[in-house]
Design a protein around this ligand. Structure first.
Ligand SMILES: C[S@@+](CC[C@H](N)C(=O)[O-])C[C@H]1O[C@@H](n2cnc3c(N)ncnc32)[C@H](O)[C@@H]1O
Length: 208
């Protein structure tokens, strides 16, 4: 091989790269799960039914800043952008650098920003985008497997960052997140979506 040539990838990584390309975002999500099962917390992205259900309570006319925690490969981010006003902003926050890289490359929309950070940094991130408060915060975080104390930290920061009348929209496979939410949100609407893998507990916590 001459110095200008690039060495071919060995067979297994080459096959893996081919599979990721062929399957697209679902493969990237699976790969993310295989690498960081505790942090990702789910084998496949949320179902269309879950997305429609969770977003059904959003008043899009009143929404200027929508924040999403744990977007993964953008299963919710794209439907949120489809529903959002033209002058609104969507800021997504994920601890997985590969997911953030993928979202930044594939979602080309001036209303969209993808930030590689933890949801507990939400207040600084909202301020860095020029806002005092968020209208809605959506979470797909695996609260059951977050390190001790981080769930409460995220709940407290989310409650502070929301405007009065705003809401925290949470979907999870157990009721753990709802139990954590009760300390911060007086009014919680409850839902359940069976057509999801696995079926999903939905909570809408309102900041009155
Ligand atoms: C169950 S996946 C949700 C995927 C996607 N939203 C969906 O509906 O299919 C959980 C996501 O939370 C991210 N995550 C885990 N801990 C986090 C944290 N402290 N802050 C932000 N994102 C986090 C993971 O990297 C992963 O992308």
């Amino acid at each position: 091989m001459t110095s200008g040539e690039v060495a071919p990838l060995p067979l297994i990584p080459r096959l893996r790269a081919k599979l990721v390309r062929a399957l697209g975002p679902t493969a990237l999500f699976l790969k993310g799960f295989a690498k960081h099962p505790v942090m990702v917390g789910a084998l496949v992205p949320s179902s269309r039914r879950t997305i429609d259900r969770v977003l059904s309570k959003v008043d899009w006319e009143q929404c200027r800043l929508f924040v999403e925690y744990g977007p993964g490969v953008g299963t919710f981010s794209r439907p949120v952008l489809q529903r959002m006003r033209r002058d609104a902003r969507l800021v997504v926050i994920d601890t997985n650098a590969e997911f953030i890289g993928y979202l930044s490359r594939t979602i080309v929309d001036p209303r969209f920003s993808a930030v590689h950070a933890s949801a507990s940094d939400v207040e600084a991130i909202v301020a860095a985008h020029g806002f005092e408060h968020a209208d809605y915060v959506l979470s797909g975080l695996p609260f059951t497997t977050l390190p001790p104390g981080v769930g409460q930290e995220i709940m407290a920061a989310t409650h502070r960052v929301l405007r009065s009348g705003g809401a925290f929209l949470v979907y999870q496979y157990t009721a753990r997140a709802r139990a954590l939410m009760r300390r911060w949100f007086d009014r919680i609407d409850e839902g359940y979506e069976p057509i999801n893998i696995p079926p999903c507990v939905i909570s809408w916590g309102w900041k009155d």
